[in-house]
Design a protein around this ligand. Structure first.
Ligand code: BGC
Length: 369
C-alpha cells in the first residue's frame, strides 16, 4: 500500500506545485489525437520483458483515463526500430514524447527534431544521454536500487559474520553497458559491498569486477547464463564453492541459478544454491523466491512510475511547470535533467504477501498460490 500512497502523494505534489506556464506543447503537423485532449507518444524498449508491458499499460491506461489519445509502441530492443517509431510520432504531431530508450545515447537526432517541433521529452526509467533536448526524467532512485542489491547479499550471505579465514565467494553481473541505469545499480551495490571486500571477507575468484567486464548487453539472460557457465568451469572446478551472485535483473538471476543447478548446486551436499538477488519482481522470480531458490528481488512498482508519468504529462499539457523535482542527481552529459525519483522495495519470502500480493502487483493466482 505504501508505494501506491507514495505515488499518489507524488502525483498530488506535482499538481499542487504546478505554477507558471511552461510549454505550448507539441506543434507537430496536424496531431492525430482522435478528438481527445491530445496525442501522446509512448515508446517502450521491448515487449519481451514483463516489466515493460506493465509500464506501457500503466502509462497508456492512465493517460486514456484523463482523455488523452496514446500511441504506444514497443521497439523490439532494436535501435533502428525505436528511432523510426519516434520519427513517426513527431510527424504525427504528438504533444509529448515519453521514451524508455534501448541505447540511451542513440536518439540525439530524434530528440533534436522533437525540440525543434517544441515537443517536450520525458525520459522514462532510463536516462536519455548526451543530449540537451531531454526535459524530464521519471525513474526510481537507481543508486538506491543498487544499494538494495548490495543489501540483499549482505543479509542473504550474512556478510557481517564472515571472516577473512573463511571468506564468502561471489561472482558479479551488471546490466547493459548502454543503459545508464546499469551505472547506478553497479555503483550502489559496490559501495555497499566495498567494506567487505576491503576486510577480505568477500572474494571474487574470477577477478572480474569492473562494470565494463561484467556487463550484459541488452540485459540478455542467455548471454549471462553462458558467462556463468564459463565462470563455473574456469574458476570452480576444484572444491571452491560459489556462495552468492550479484545480479541486477531477475531473468539474469534465474539463468545464473540454472547454470549453477546444471553443475550440481542445490542437489549436492555442501553445494547449496548461491544467494542471488535481482530486480523487477517478475512472476517467475517471485515463484522462485517462494520455492526457496532465488533469494530476493527489488520491486520497482511500474504502476507508481506510470502514475507519476501520467501526472507529469497532464501537468505539462495544462501549460504548468511541475514542481518538487530533483535538480541535482542526474546529469546526462549535456545537462542536469530534472528528475522525479521513486522508491523501491526489497522482496524476500517474508514480504511477498504484504508487498506483492496485498498491493495487487501480482495476484496469488498469477503466483500459482
Ligand atoms: C530497468 C530495469 C530492467 C532493465 C532491463 C533497466 O533500465 O531499470 O528495471 O530490469 O532495464 O529491462
Amino acid at each position: 500500500m505504501k508505494i501506491m500512497e507514495r505515488s499518489l502523494t507524488v502525483a498530488l505534489l506535482l499538481l499542487l506545485a504546478a505554477g507558471t506556464v511552461f510549454v505550448s506543447c507539441g506543434k507537430g503537423q496536424g496531431a492525430q489525437d482522435g478528438g481527445g485532449k491530445g496525442l501522446i507518444g509512448v515508446v517502450m524498449p521491448t515487449r519481451s520483458e514483463e516489466r515493460w508491458i506493465k509500464d506501457g499499460n500503466a502509462v497508456k491506461e492512465g493517460l486514456e483515463q484523463l482523455g488523452y489519445t496514446v500511441d504506444l509502441q514497443y521497439s523490439d530492443d532494436d535501435i533502428a526500430t525505436q528511432t523510426r517509431q519516434i520519427d513517426d510520432m513527431i510527424t504525427k504531431g504528438v504533444k509529448i514524447l515519453v521514451i524508455a530508450s534501448i541505447d540511451g545515447s542513440a536518439l540525439s537526432s530524434q530528440l533534436e527534431n522533437a525540440a525543434a517541433a517544441k515537443i517536450p521529452v520525458i525520459s522514462y526509467d532510463r536516462l536519455l544521454m548526451q543530449s540537451p533536448n531531454v526535459d524530464y526524467y521519471v525513474s526510481f532512485d537507481n543508486y538506491k536500487v543498487g544499494g538494495q542489491m548490495g543489501d540483499i547479499l549482505i543479509t542473504g550471505l550474512k556478510l557481517d559474520e564472515a571472516t577473512a579465514e573463511n571468506p564468502v565467494i561471489i561472482e558479479l553481473f551488471a546490466g547493459s553497458p548502454d543503459d545508464n541505469n546499469s551505472v547506478g545499480f553497479y555503483d550502489g551495490a559496490m559501495d555497499k559491498l566495498k567494506p567487505y571486500f576491503d576486510k577480505g571477507v568477500l572474494k571474487v575468484p574470477s577477478g572480474q569486477i569492473d562494470r565494463t567486464v561484467i556487463g550484459t548487453l541488452r540485459w540478455d539472460a542467455a548471454e549471462a547464463q553462458k558467462r556463468m557457465e564459463n565462470l563455473l568451469s574456469a574458476y570452480y572446478s576444484g572444491d571452491v564453492v560459489l556462495n552468492g551472485i550479484l545480479s541486477p535483473y531477475d531473468p539474469i538471476s534465474l539463468s545464473c541459478l540454472e547454470a549453477c543447478k546444471a553443475v550440481g548446486y542445490g542437489s549436492t551436499p555442501g553445494k547449496p544454491l548461491p544467494v542471488v538477488g535481482g530486480q523487477d519482481c517478475i512472476v517467475a522470480s517471485v515463484k522462485s523466491i517462494l520455492a526457496g531458490e532465488q533469494y530476493a528481488t527489488v520491486l520497482k512498482d511500474t504502476r507508481s512510475l506510470g502514475a507519476a508519468t501520467v501526472t507529469l504529462v497532464d501537468t505539462l499539457m495544462q501549460g504548468q511547470t511541475p514542481g518538487n523535482l530533483d535538480t541535482t542527481s542526474y546529469n546526462n552529459g549535456a545537462k542536469i535533467v530534472p528528475s522525479l525519483l521513486l522508491d523501491s522495495v526489497i522482496v524476500t519470502k517474508d514480504n511477498v504477501q504484504k508487498d506483492v500480493i496485498d498491493t495487487g502487483y501480482h495476484t496469488a493466482a498469477e503466483l500459482g498460490l
